[in-house]
Design a protein. Sequence first.
Length: 310
Amino acid sequence: MVAWRLKINRLHVDLAGLRLANPTVLASGILGLSAESLSNIVMGGAGAVVTKSIGLKPRRGYENPTVVQTSCGLINAMGLPNSGIREFAKEIREAKSFGVPVIVSVFGFSAEEYGAVAKKAVDAGADAMELNVSCPHVEQTGSEIGQNPATLAEVVRKVKAAVEKPVFVKLSPNVTSIAEIAEVAANAGADAITAVNTIKAMAIDPETALPILSNKTGGLSGPAIKPVAVRCVYEIYERVKLPIIGCGGITNWRDAVEFLLAGARATQIGTAIAIEGPNVFKAITRGISSYLRRKGFGSVEEIVGLSHRS
Ligand code: DHB
């Protein structure tokens, strides 16, 4: 009998064909510009990692200040700085040896560019793509694509045609109906939805009487956006039959469980790393595990979308 070998760990999740040892994933953004920073996150217990958003060509990004702390989260406007996919391919190859799925976040200024970057990322070994169609403040990319159904569909179709790996689409909460946008992505062939990216925000310094960020506006992340993100996941789950990865203000296991109950199969953690350090992944996984045990559930799967029962 090999039954014992088939025993499924209660924390394992299947994400559009990717096997994750636990449902915590590094969110794109704060870290993930180098394989070294990704390795710290894997050591901290992440079940998968998403890189920083990578484009076709190197980009310097905006001048400082690029981040401002508020009472309930961070606002950042970096301007999508990255080394370009050709240079970044080395980091992808190295990150492949860490033993968890490597998901490359991709942006572009046209559907063709998204497709070209995705193809190069997969050639370097990426296990999946996450399309950044939701950066709230860089012109002609990000949310300018994700807020326009026709452009979004074109981008998803181009990337699907370019690669044979799962394509996740990271959506913006800065829309009238995120469920409608998720449906557009699903119909265009997306394999999973990440919900959500940051909320467009700003901070003004009373002393200088000027906006603090050099770009004036940026994306708000952290605890402030969690209730918005949970609502987005809940609405998408009602409308679209694709796996959802919940993201937005997750700091502890209770936050993560809330997202799973809303309909997410996995959760992404970003801003909390700045406060808790990389071991936040282990802490959240341990918390989810004891919750499942205490409530008598055999797997993460059993609580995905549980709050929708009537
Ligand atoms: C940036 C990109 C994002 O997708 C986001 O949500 C916030 C900031 C940036 O690179 O500026």
